[in-house]
Design a protein around this ligand. Sequence first.
Ligand SMILES: CC(C)(COP(=O)(O)OP(=O)(O)OC[C@H]1O[C@@H](n2cnc3c(N)ncnc32)[C@H](O)[C@@H]1OP(=O)(O)O)[C@@H](O)C(=O)NCCC(=O)NCCS
Length: 188
Amino acid sequence: MMDDLIAKKSPFIGEKIILRAIERDDIDSIMEYWNTYETRVGKGKFIPESRKQREEWIEKTTKDAKQGKGFTFAIIEKLSDQFLGACSLKRINAVNRGAFLSISIYNPENHDKGYGTEAVKCLLRIGFDILNLHRIELHVYEFLESAIHVYEKLGFKKTGVRREASFIAGEYRNDLIMDILETEYNKK
Ligand SMILES: CC(C)(COP(=O)(O)OP(=O)(O)OC[C@H]1O[C@@H](n2cnc3c(N)ncnc32)[C@H](O)[C@@H]1OP(=O)(O)O)[C@@H](O)C(=O)NCCC(=O)NCCS
């Protein structure tokens, strides 16, 4: 049936997760783990953030989506409907057809369960098959080994090092630049 075919091909549906728009009502779920240090540090947000700051972030993502500047999605576990985190393709450049990818699974207890891999896979399909991007870039701290593993597994290449670009917990750390081109993206 045609409906089944469309559902199977949706880049917003993985095996265990779906991606959907972020809603104002997600704020309680976001605040539950957003201020977990481990989660925030991976995102480069060292200072705890208030509910109001996160609400303003939701408003901004809505505005960016309306203007086509970037798209942010909630990552939802299919079976339980649980809010797991957020991911985005942002800073979309219409001339270069480039964008930046970011992702965070908020509760550290939900790391290493395959959710991140599935969400990035979906974002690549959205980026290359829906938004017709040419290149997707991301920046990741060199010490986030599991994140780097996920990105490399899905075809990103390490293309640069921003040496000692980040001051974290008293030490300067390197940031890696990673990217993937549409020609390198494995559509299977
Ligand atoms: C980075 C993040 C999105 C990854 O999502 P996740 O759901 O934990 O990732 P997955 O479970 O899909 O995959 C983790 C992979 O890392 C591997 N891994 C775990 N620890 C590792 C380590 N120390 N070194 C290398 N690989 C490691 C796992 O084996 C798994 O790979 P595999 O599927 O090939 O076996 C998630 O950990 C997260 O949100 N972290 C906090 C925020 C953050 O750091 N965001 C990234 C900013 S760029």
